[in-house]
Design a protein around this ligand. Structure first.
Ligand SMILES: Cc1cc2nc3c(=O)[nH]c(=O)nc-3n(C[C@H](O)[C@H](O)[C@H](O)COP(=O)(O)OP(=O)(O)OC[C@H]3O[C@@H](n4cnc5c(N)ncnc54)[C@H](O)[C@@H]3O)c2cc1C
Length: 485
């Protein structure tokens, strides 16, 4: 079985016992919980989309054994592959209107595939062989992988090594044994992690020679002893829960929800040797980060373009329900949203096309263009959100509950008052507004800015590129200005 089915995933996720908490409560059955269920719905839908003939070769690729595997588990081998990766993000995210929860796994796999090759070449270790075996296992079983890169970090002004007195900051090795390592620390913001099959843990930054214990990469399953998952909890989670308790699930219309992330505590977790992919080789922590970033920020363009597709559809639906879809100003705004989607998409495709062949045979997107793609995604998606808010009107945030349409003796009057375009019932209009509310007033904006690293980190990368290129550029300027010989 190289391409999984939703039912296989559902079986795995329901049979696993994970130490999982949402808003202070232990979640015994994530399939029934309003916060975790949408993640499972999303991942199931991604499996289903992957099996569709129309997406063959885009959502799928040829794996290590020659079988057809999920693109999310594929080591990209050409610029064309990388382009398909960006496209796949757009297709999937536009369908579920949310994070697909398999993207970071892809980027972690591709980063480790290349970086472990380099460690072995230089130091004679066997990480790459080990990782390749692990990858074959992932591909053969089509497992969902979440990459846990971001540490909780503690005091941001201090390096990992300066926070040794606080063991629950950066994930690190506390003991090396013949059969494996024991790790401690905490990662945060990890998308869908508790509902993944595997968690790939990688460093979040470059490490120095005195920070060897922090230069660690490995894989664990979520039910491993010593792992604790605490879910994100934002106003939309409580809204979803309250809506369910009130019996109006439709107040929160999408079954795929909004992004769910996890704080993961690693409390002396044992990782067997065959699942360890870096253990102390500090010079390579930055390589893993660099390759992950190149993949994640380039593919993020497809992710954001997919989101803009959803925003465009939701804004147009809202405009239609309001009766103004054909108004000239609205049409101009919709065209602007389209522009922002395609402008966010383009640099990701460019980073893919300008990808380079790593000695391991893997292809990696262009680093500079991937950083530009991330910055452009922030600029353009932000603008699309503002235009959508303008199109929808105040009802996007001021709509009453769908339950108010059912109040005895009053509900009919509420419905009559809220009807706009005759082609839509009051309930349909409210549903359209709720969808737009998620995009204009939900957690997406911060997710857009911080996900894949805050803009400051992209500017650091660009400043470094400028520094490298400046001598040549100044030479060119001197030549044109007639300075020197
Ligand atoms: C919705 C969402 C999903 C995510 N999914 C994942 C995931 O699946 N896997 C994963 O690994 N990560 C994930 N992330 C994490 C994401 O990469 C981080 O949020 C991001 O890198 C910023 O880290 P932080 O949140 O700790 O912010 P901080 O590090 O606290 O940064 C906040 C601000 O402070 C600045 N800052 C931080 N440190 C310094 C310093 N030393 N000096 C000066 N300025 C500083 C930053 O530039 C930024 O502007 C996700 C994040 C979000 C919001």
């Amino acid at each position: 079985m190289a391409l999984g089915r939703p039912e296989d995933y559902l079986k795995r996720v329901s049979s696993r016992r994970v130490e999982l908490y949402v808003a202070g409560e232990r979640v015994e059955n994530p399939l029934e919980h309003p916060v975790t269920r949408p993640v499972i719905e999303t991942i199931s839908k991604v499996y289903e989309l992957t099996l569709r003939e129309e997406y063959r070769g885009i959502l799928t690729a040829k794996g290590l054994s020659g079988d057809e595997v999920s693109r999310f588990l594929h080591v990209e081998r050409s610029a064309d592959d990388l382009v398909k990766r960006v496209e796949s993000q757009r297709i999937v995210n536009a369908y579920v209107g949310n994070c697909n929860y398999r993207c970071t796994g892809h980027d972690g796999i591709n980063a480790l595939y290349a970086a472990t090759y380099e460690v072995d070449e230089k130091l004679g270790t066997d990480y790459h062989k080990r990782f390749t075996e692990y990858l074959k296992y992932l591909q053969a079983n089509d497992l969902v992988v979440a990459t846990a890169m971001t540490d909780v970090k503690g005091d941001r002004s201090k390096r990992p090594g300066e926070q040794r007195g606080r063991p629950l900051t950066y994930v690190h090795i506390v003991e090396e044994r013949r059969d494996g390592i024991i790790v401690k620390g905490a990662k945060m913001h990890i998308s869908g992690a508790a509902l993944a099959d595997e968690i790939l843990v990688v460093p979040t930054r470059a490490m120095g020679p005195d920070e060897r214990e922090y230069a660690v990469a490995f894989a664990v399953t979520p039910d491993t002893k010593g792992l604790y998952f605490v879910s994100s909890w934002n106003p939309f989670d409580s809204f979803k829960r309250v809506s369910r308790d009130l019996g109006v699930d439709a107040d929160y219309p999408s079954p795929y929800g909004h992004r769910n992330t996890y704080l993961i505590i690693f409390d002396e977790v044992f990782v067997p040797r065959e699942r360890v992919f870096l253990a102390g080789e500090y010079e390579y922590a930055s390589k893993i980060v660099e390759y992950f970033i190149a993949h994640h920020r380039a593919a993020g363009a497809g992710c954001k373009a997919g989101f803009v597709d959803v925003i465009l559809g939701a804004a147009a639906l809202a405009a239609d329900a309001n009766g103004v879809l054909s108004a000239r100003y609205i049409q101009e705004k919709l065209a602007e949203i389209k522009f922002h989607g395609e402008a966010a998409y383009a640099p990701g495709l460019a980073a893919a096309i300008r990808g380079w062949r790593h000695p391991s045979g893997a292809f990696i997107p262009d680093y500079t263009l991937a950083n530009v793609a991330k910055l452009e995604a922030v600029n353009h998606l932000k603008e699309a959100i503002v235009s959508a808010a303008e199109i929808g009107g105040g009802i996007v945030v001021n709509a009453p509950s769908l339950k108010d349409l059912k109040i005895d003796g009053v509900g009919d009057k509420v419905a009559e008052a809220l009807k706009a375009n005759e082609a839509y019932t009051a309930e349909e209009r409210l549903r359209a507004m709720r969808l737009l509310q998620l995009w204009t007033s939900g957690p997406h904006l911060v997710g857009l800015i911080q996900g894949g690293g805050p803009p400051a980190t992209q500017w650091v990368a660009l400043r470094r590129t400028v520094k490298n290129e400046l001598p040549k550029l100044i030479e060119g300027a001197k030549r044109l200005a007639g300075i020197g010989g």
